[in-house]
Each structure stands twice: as structure tokens, then as C-alpha cells.
Write a protein that binds this ligand. Structure first.
Ligand SMILES: NC(=O)c1ccc[n+]([C@@H]2O[C@H](COP(=O)([O-])OP(=O)(O)OC[C@H]3O[C@@H](n4cnc5c(N)ncnc54)[C@H](OP(=O)(O)O)[C@@H]3O)[C@@H](O)[C@H]2O)c1
Length: 244
């Protein structure tokens, strides 16, 4: 396997933390995202600090028709693909405005699936490769405050489960990373409970460990697994009355 990693949504705070972890361990990187200027600055910094190869690739997940061309433009497809892309969006706007709702659904579900499908098919042909994708605890049960984002993440979690099931016998590893709250640009306007909030570095380390140890489903802070077990166990007649 080549020691190369492709990071999608590489401008995310978590992706940046993860990129430095891999670079420190002398992996070569391809940073994929929508902002080439920002990616170039990041790539240059990584190259200087860690003396690895670090390229960047312009990819907009909302433009599915361009995904194959972007992947084919790589001189070599990295053996590890990590996806950090996501869009929380404005839920209150989205319940009234389909453009915002569609952007939430397409960024978190259709766009990621379109790109990851192509990588997965390549890995299947090669009989090797590792894929790790960030979904969310928001996908475990729909709540009134963010069910459009949550439903897209629910679809993504189900997709990853199916992909893992399909590729397990083909030598390809698929990890579902299910964070709770993370202290990033996405949540900067939210008042998050500190003990339940992971840092980007904690999530990045969990991603690295998931790939290295071929883990299947990873809840980044251990308590989230149990919180979600409880939330999922609340009977629907009671759940529908909760302000969540
Ligand atoms: N923060 C949390 O509390 C939390 C909790 C659970 C799960 N997650 C998930 O964790 C992942 C990382 O999130 P984060 O908190 O690090 O958020 P973030 O800093 O907002 O990063 C989101 C990333 O997605 C990229 N992206 C958005 N739309 C895109 C598109 N159309 N094409 C390509 N890239 C696109 C963004 O690129 P631009 O720079 O171009 O916008 C950015 O790199 C996401 O999947 C998120 O849903 C986050």
C-alpha cells in the first residue's frame, strides 16, 4: 500500500489536525476541498514542517459530475481516504427554504456518497484501501433542532455500514466516525457543554487510530455511545414531546 492519504474537506479544523498527524508520520498528502488558495497555504506549511509531499485538489462535493475527473487527475490514488466535509447549515431557514435544505442534504449525503463511491470502487478493484468518514450523532435520532442535517448524516451512517459490509471481504476497510460535539468553526456560534465537546485534535487522533487499527464504528468521546443509547431508547410518545 502506498503511504498516501487523501483528505476531503481539508479546510475543516479536524482535517487540518489530522493532516499534521499523518505528515508527522511521513505520509504524503492530497488535500481536497473548495478553496485552492487556502489549501495551497496549508499544503506549503505541511511540506515545510514535515518534508513530505503535499498536493491539493479542487473538489466541490455539490458538483458530482466533476468527481471522477478530479480523482483521475491524481497521479496515484492514495490508499487512505478520509472525509471531513459537512455542512450544518441554518435549520430554521432550511425548513422554509428548499435551497438551504437541499444544500444540507447534498453536502452531507449525496455529495459525500458520490465521491466516496468512486474511491470505494477503485479500492475494491485493488483489493485494498482504507476509508474513514465523519458522520454525526445527529444521525442517530431525528431532533426538531437539526433533523435535516441529522437525516443526511443518518443516511451517511447507513451508507457507510452497507459499504463496510460490501467491502469487508474485499480487503477494504471502512470506518464510520460518529462524533458528538466538536469545538470547530461549524459550532463557533453554539454554546457547547465542555465535558461533551471534543477538540479537533481529539477527533483527528480518533480518525488516525480508527484507520490504523481497522475499527468499524468510533464514537469519539466514549460517553456519546451511551448518551445515544439512552436517547434512542426513549419511547416515541415521550420523545416527540421533548424540546431537543
Ligand atoms: N463540529 C461538530 O460539532 C461536529 C459534530 C459531529 C460531526 N461533525 C462532522 O465533522 C466533520 C468536520 O466538521 P467540522 O466541525 O470540522 O466543520 P467545518 O470546520 O465547518 O468543516 C467542514 C468542511 O466541509 C467542507 N465542505 C462544505 N461544503 C463542501 C462542499 N460542497 N464541497 C467540499 N467541501 C465542503 C468545508 O469546506 P469550506 O472550507 O470550503 O467551507 C470544510 O472543509 C463534518 O462532517 C461534520 O458534519 C461535526
Amino acid at each position: 500500500m502506498n503511504k498516501n492519504v487523501l483528505l476531503i474537506g481539508a479546510t475543516s479544523d479536524v482535517a487540518k489536525a489530522c493532516a499534521y498527524i499523518y505528515a508527522e508520520k511521513q505520509y504524503n498528502l492530497v488535500l481536497a476541498g473548495r478553496k485552492p488558495k487556502e489549501l495551497k497555504v496549508l499544503a506549503d506549511d505541511i511540506k515545510i514542517r514535515h518534508n513530505v509531499s503535499c498536493d491539493y485538489l479542487e473538489v466541490d462535493l455539490l458538483d458530482s459530475n466533476a468527481h471522477a475527473e478530479a480523482i483521475n487527475s491524481l497521479s496515484e490514488i492514495p490508499s487512505i481516504t478520509l472525509c471531513f466535509a459537512g455542512y450544518l447549515g441554518d435549520h430554521d431557514l432550511a425548513i422554509k427554504d428548499w435551497t438551504e435544505a437541499e444544500r444540507i442534504i447534498q453536502t452531507n449525503y449525496t455529495g459525500v456518497v458520490s465521491f466516496v463511491n468512486l474511491i470505494a470502487n477503485h479500492y475494491e478493484e485493488q483489493g485494498k484501501g482504507s476509508i474513514a468518514v465523519l458522520s454525526s450523532v445527529a444521525g442517530e435520532r431525528g431532533r426538531q433542532s437539526n433533523y435535516l442535517y441529522g437525516s443526511a448524516k443518518a443516511g451517511l451512517t447507513a451508507y457507510l455500514s452497507g459499504l463496510r459490509n460490501r467491502l469487508a471481504s474485499k480487503g477494504v476497510h471502512v470506518a464510520s466516525i460518529i462524533p458528538g460535539f466538536i469545538d470547530t468553526r461549524m459550532t463557533e456560534e453554539l454554546d457547547l457543554p465542555k465535558p461533551l465537546t471534543a477538540s479537533p485534535q481529539q477527533v483527528a487522533k480518533a480518525v488516525f487510530s480508527a484507520v490504523k487499527n481497522k475499527k468499524n464504528v468510533v464514537y469519539v468521546l466514549w460517553m456519546w455511545r451511551y448518551i445515544m443509547l439512552i436517547i434512542k431508547a426513549v419511547p416515541e410518545p415521550l420523545f416527540k414531546k421533548l424540546k431537543l
